[in-house]
Write a new protein. Sequence first.
Length: 188
Amino acid sequence: MATTKLQRWSSRLEEPVSKFTQAAVIIYADDAVEDAAKLMCEKQVGSVVVAERKGNPVGILTEWDLVSRVLAEGKDAGRTIVREVMSAPLIKIDASARVGDALRLMTNRGVRRIAVYEDGVLAGVLAQNHMVGNRRNRSAKLPIVEPLKGHDCIYCSLTFSTMALLTKHIDSIHAETIYLRAEELAQY
């Protein structure tokens, strides 16, 4: 028997976050933001863990931090230090925690990346897209980023260029289906 998408997602929520953890890229809190951005480009990552010179992680610097706290505010990336614009405190989760727990934590804290710790030591970074996917063929289509190609009929999946044409189609072809469905629902 084939597994459904819901079954696959349910099983993924039970997997340990360690399966999706990526190696942490570290930058010092007193380094320039420009250096952090270059490091992120070089390592092709969306964030860097920010640490004190003694090695203690104290925060995270994300692409969003760079856009919202540096570029949008017109700050000089060469003169701004990471500590001034990083997100802190560093939100942590244990490597043995489940994906469902990590997604709940991220949602509750309004973040997309968290630090993963194993036995009290930084083991890496967990990004939301590592767990739910970020490739176009695996991700849900978002109306904000996907071009509108028409309006799909919910009954037969035909696509129409305008909502008016779709409405006319439903009224002329599927009217009985709508009424039959409404009658079924009214019985319960």
